[in-house]
Design a protein around this ligand. Structure first.
Ligand SMILES: [Zn+2]
Ligand SMILES: [Zn+2]
Length: 73
């Protein structure tokens, strides 16, 4: 979802990403669109930012970072 934001002094900026303001980066340097869903206990997940190329599907809406995907096997 993208929004157009008017800048003071004219012009505008296009802001995308909705609630996620901070741009997270994957270990490979790309923008991370996903977070690792590997459970680390206490109801928390790894949350390591991973891009779509590096993320490994664990199921619908479940993605793992490459290091945790290795543990799964
Ligand atoms: Zn990556
Ligand atoms: Zn992980």
């Amino acid at each position: 979802m993208c929004n157009t934001v008017n800048l003071p002094g004219g012009g505008y900026a296009i802001v995308c990403g909705g609630h996620n303001r901070k741009v997270r980066k994957c270990a490979c340097g790309k923008v991370a669109a996903l977070l690792c869903d590997w459970p680390i206990g206490g109801g928390k997940t790894c949350d390591k930012p991973v891009c779509q190329d590096c993320a490994v599907k664990g199921g619908p809406n479940v993605d793992f970072c490459p290091s945790h995907e290795r543990l799964k096997l």
